[in-house]
Design a protein around this ligand. Structure first.
Ligand SMILES: NC(=O)c1ccc[n+]([C@@H]2O[C@H](COP(=O)([O-])OP(=O)(O)OC[C@H]3O[C@@H](n4cnc5c(N)ncnc54)[C@H](O)[C@@H]3O)[C@@H](O)[C@H]2O)c1
Ligand SMILES: O[C@H]1[C@H](O)[C@@H](O)[C@H](O)[C@@H](O)[C@H]1O
Length: 346
C-alpha cells in the first residue's frame, strides 16, 4: 500500500541485497516506496526499476541521494563505496540505512561517526540485521533474563555456500565475521578488545585462492571468549549457528531441530536455508520496517535510527581491522578504538 505520505526512498546498488530491499519496500512493508534506483550498471537499475511502479533511474549515485523526490536512502552498494555515499547522505541531511560494513576501515568509519555527531542528528543505521532476528532476540532475552547465568563463552559457525568472485580473504573478516563482531557486542553489551584469526587448511574444493575457512577468536573487555568458524565456500547451504555458554546453562540458535548431518538443502531432517535472504528474510523485513517508522518520526526526536548506528559500525570496523592484521600474522591483535565519550553526540 502506498500513498502520498509514504517515505520516498532511493536504493543505491541493486545487486543481490539491494534488489531484495527494493522488493521488500515495494511488497512487504508499509509506509515507504522506492522512487529512485541507482546502480553502477544502469541496465541493472533499469531492470529493477521496471518492477516498481513510479520508480525512476538516476545514473549518478550522488544525484540520486540529493534528488528532491528522495527523503531517505538505502545503501546496498559494495563496502568500498559506502564512505563517499554516506558523506553525501550526511551532507544532504538524509537518513540512510547502510548495509554492513559501515566502511572498510576504522579511520573512515570514525570520520563518519564524527560528521554525524557534528550534525546532532542520528541519521545512519547500519544493516546488522541479526539484531532483528527472532532467534537472536530470544538468545538475548535468555542472557538478559539471567537464565544462563553469567555468560562465559560463545561458539559461532558462519557458513555460506559461496561468495562473489571479488571476495578476498580479508573480506571474510570484514564482510562475514563482521556479523559475529556485532552479535558479540549486541549479546554481551561490551566491546571486543583483541582478536586472533587462525588459518586452518584451506578448502581445496573452493576453486578460489581464499584462506577459507578462518577461525576468529575474540576476547571481550570482561574476558569472555568468542570463537567463530567462518567458512564461506562450503558449496552447500547457508548456516549460522550461535551458542552461548553461561554459568547456569547454555543456549544455541540456528540448529535445525532434529538435524544430525548436513549435506545439502533438504537432505536430512529439517531444512537448511540456501542463502541469507531466506534465513534472515523476516529479520530484514523487521529491520527495514522499523527503520521506516524511525525515519518518519525522526523530525520530532532528531533520531532517525531504530537499531545499530554509526558507532556500532565503527566499533565493528575497528575489530575487523585488528582481525585483518591478525589474519596476516597469525598473532593476537589488540583492537584500537577511541573512547566513545571523546566524541560528544556519538
Ligand atoms: N546484511 C546482510 O546479510 C547482507 C547480505 C548481502 C550483502 N550485504 C551487503 O550489501 C552490500 C551489497 O552486497 P551484494 O551482495 O548485494 O553485492 P552485489 O555485488 O550483488 O551488488 C552490488 C551492486 O552495487 C552496484 N555498484 C557497485 N558500485 C556502485 C556504486 N559506486 N554506485 C552504485 N552502485 C554500485 C553493482 O553494480 C551491483 O549491482 C554490501 O555492503 C554487502 O556487504 C549484506
Ligand atoms: O555479505 C554477506 C552477508 O553479510 C551475509 O549475511 C553473510 O553471511 C555473508 O558471509 C556475507 O558475504
Amino acid at each position: 500500500m502506498s500513498d502520498n505520505t509514504d517515505l520516498r526512498i532511493a536504493v543505491l546498488g541493486v545487486g543481490m541485497m539491494g534488489a531484495d530491499h527494493v522488493a521488500r519496500i515495494t511488497d512487504r512493508i508499509s509506509g515507504a516506496r522506492v522512487t529512485v534506483i541507482n546502480d553502477y550498471l544502469t541496465e541493472k537499475a533499469e531492470q529493477v526499476a521496471a518492477t516498481v511502479p513510479g520508480a525512476r533511474v538516476v545514473a549518478d549515485p550522488l544525484e540520486a541521494i540529493a534528488a528532491d523526490d528522495v527523503d531517505a536512502v538505502v545503501l546496498a552498494t559494495p563496502g568500498p563505496t559506502h564512505e563517499k555515499q554516506l558523506l553525501a547522505c550526511l551532507e544532504a541531511g538524509k537518513p540512510v540505512m547502510c548495509e554492513k560494513p559501515l566502511t572498510t576501515d576504522a579511520a573512515t568509519s570514525l570520520e563518519i561517526v564524527k560528521r554525524e555527531a557534528e550534525l546532532g542528528r542520528k541519521l545512519i543505521q547500519v544493516g546488522f540485521m541479526r539484531r532483528f532476528d527472532a532467534e537472536y532476540e530470544q538468545l538475548k532475552a535468555a542472557i538478559v533474563g539471567g537464565e544462563l547465568g553469567q555468560p562465559l563463552v560463545m561458539h559461532c559457525a558462519h557458513r555460506n555456500p559461496a561468495v562473489p568472485p571479488y571476495f578476498d580473504s580479508a573480506m571474510i573478516v570484514k564482510d562475514s565475521i563482521v556479523h559475529e563482531v556485532d552479535v558479540t557486542r549486541f549479546l554481551f553489551a561490551e566491546e571486543i578488545i583483541s582478536v586472533q584469526v587462525i588459518r586452518p587448511t584451506a578448502n581445496s574444493l573452493s576453486g578460489t585462492d581464499l584462506q577459507d575457512p578462518q577461525i576468529a577468536i575474540f576476547t571481550t573487555e570482561t574476558g569472555r571468549h568468542v570463537d567463530v568458524e567462518a567458512f564461506v565456500t562450503t558449496g552447500l547451504a547457508y548456516e549460522v549457528r550461535t551458542e552461548v555458554v553461561g554459568e547456569l546453562g547454555s543456549a544455541m540458535i540456528g540448529l535445525d531441530v532434529g538435524l544430525v548431518r548436513k549435506t545439502r538443502p533438504g537432505v536430512w531432517g529439517g531444512t537448511i536455508t540456501p542463502d541469507f535472504r531466506v534465513r534472515f528474510g523476516a529479520a530484514y523485513d523487521a529491520e527495514i520496517q522499523r527503520w521506516v517508522h524511525a525515519v518518519r518520526s525522526g523530525a520530532e526526536t532528531g533520531n532517525y535510527v531504530d537499531g545499530p548506528g554509526a558507532w556500532d559500525g565503527y566499533a565493528a570496523a575497528a575489530v575487523c581491522e585488528a582481525g585483518v592484521r591478525s589474519l596476516e600474522t597469525g598473532e593476537r591483535v589488540t583492537v584500537d578504538m577511541v573512547d566513545r565519550a571523546s566524541i560528544p553526540g556519538a
